[in-house]
Design a protein around this ligand. Sequence first.
Ligand SMILES: [Mn+2]
Length: 330
Amino acid sequence: MNQEEQEEYLSVCRDKFVKILDDYESVTVLTHINPDADTIGTALGLASLLRENGKRVEVVNVSANIPKNLDFLEGYEKIKKRVEYKNSLLISCDCGDEKRLGIDISGRELVNIDHHSGNTSYGLLNIVLPHAVSASEVAYRLIKPIIKMNKSAAEAFYTALMSDTRNFTTGSVSAKTFEIALELIKAGANPGYISRMLILRRSLSSLRLLSCALSDLELFENGKIAVMRISKSDIQKTGALPSDLNGIVDYGRSLVTVEVAILIVEYEAEIRVSLRSKEINVQSIAQAFGGGGHINASGFTKKGIDMNELCKEIIKLTKFEINREKVYKI
Ligand SMILES: [Mn+2]
């Protein structure tokens, strides 16, 4: 879809969205499990705007921990662990699959606002723009013509935009990204303040955990694949929280030779795997293991498998993907 087609698509979605929204007094905004800044920022931004427009709004995330560095966003401390409203419209943010919501949505009307190309269209209305760099981009472009932006929504959407583009460094970043960023700044988002709040408030345990990961770093395929493992005991001895894992995999990707970075974490009863790449399609690797995500950032979780066995399998598939892409390029 080019820009014009995207606008047309959003315009059709917007009309339907307004009609559905009109039927409801209350809205429940849903975010995905293991939340990141995009799902939370998009949800809090939407909640703020809908509230200003007279709706009763709750934001829900079922995970035990929400990244602490998002605590500067308005409404952060009011995020609920479960849905309390009985007859509200559900709006999901940044969630490609209803399983990642962690709640039962049967019998409820849901609007699905997302940017994952593999979105399973589980809503009554699905507003999915895979070209968008963040779910907040989709939400912002959808809402812009109908609801006036306010400062807290601008901050929340900007935070989500910045985070999902890894601080504006991913290949998906374009003039459009900066256009939106500029509009959000003009609407009250302070970029310096948000950067400080978002990336310069690491916990000591997250740095200790990073140190564990870096000392485990191994390279394969002439340095093209970086693998880091974090064990249960690493997490225990550092006292790290799940959100302390965010961003660690990017250190692997930052290495000059690396094309694919893999982080394998033994977290309680499951193994969590994150994949990041510069150009290689890692979404297909994650999909092979039952996960998903984006071309350059994806992941999956597995239960009942040995971490090192799983590691070998991932490396094998990643090697295959790297060499397959080489063949395509020739
Ligand atoms: Mn996202």
